[in-house]
Design a protein around this ligand. Structure first.
Ligand code: HEC
Length: 154
């Protein structure tokens, strides 16, 4: 049973990205800090949410149905500064690297790009603008990967 969720997360993610990006962790280690749980839970829930958003990009139809899940991504993105407070540095079971707090400006830039990409995704879905939507979806996925490369442990 414990293996089921991570396997699903990985499958969902490869569906969402259509590439070999591996963003999900094999082991969802439980921590004792509610803020760390909030960010890990939110990150995990972004995987199926991104899959739902990606489905709207398939085919030629309206992308407006992606507005609801995209709004969740944009909202979670706006919460990230609070979820990565300095008190959470070094929490056992967290994969967040110390670089997040050592290189505050670098991490803030990653958060800003993710906020901007997800806001653009939500706006494009609401406007039913497929071209902008596809571009914002690519930008959002690139932002996940770029932040993980720099600030998340393998
Ligand atoms: C601004 C940086 C940043 C962005 C953007 C970002 N992540 Fe993360 N992500 C992290 C960090 C740091 C961790 C490790 C958190 C921890 O263990 O405390 C993480 C962890 C995760 C995890 C593992 C959660 C767990 O239970 O251990 C998944 C899955 C994940 N991210 C998916 C995503 C997806 C999908 C996106 C894009 C839609 C994304 N992330 C965007 C920084 C980011």
């Amino acid at each position: 049973m414990r293996k089921f969720v991570p396997a699903f997360a990985l499958a969902a993610l490869s569906l969402a990205t259509g590439s070999q990006l591996v963003l999900a962790h094999e082991d969802h280690v439980v921590t004792h800090d509610p803020l760390v749980e909030a960010r890990k839970g939110g990150m995990t829930m972004m995987v199926p949410t991104l899959t739902a958003v990606g489905r709207a990009a398939e085919g030629e139809g309206s992308v407006a149905r992606a507005a609801f899940p995209a709004s969740g991504l944009a909202s979670f993105a706006r919460s990230l500064p609070a979820l990565f407070g300095p008190d959470t540095d070094g929490t056992t079971g967290s994969a967040a690297l110390p670089a997040i707090w050592e290189d505050e400006a670098g991490f803030a830039a990653q958060v800003a790009e993710f906020q901007s990409a997800t806001a653009a995704l939500e706006a494009a879905a609401r406007a039913d603008d497929r071209e902008s939507f596809t571009a914002a979806l690519d930008r959002t996925k690139a932002s996940c990967q770029s932040c993980h490369e720099a600030y998340r442990a393998e």
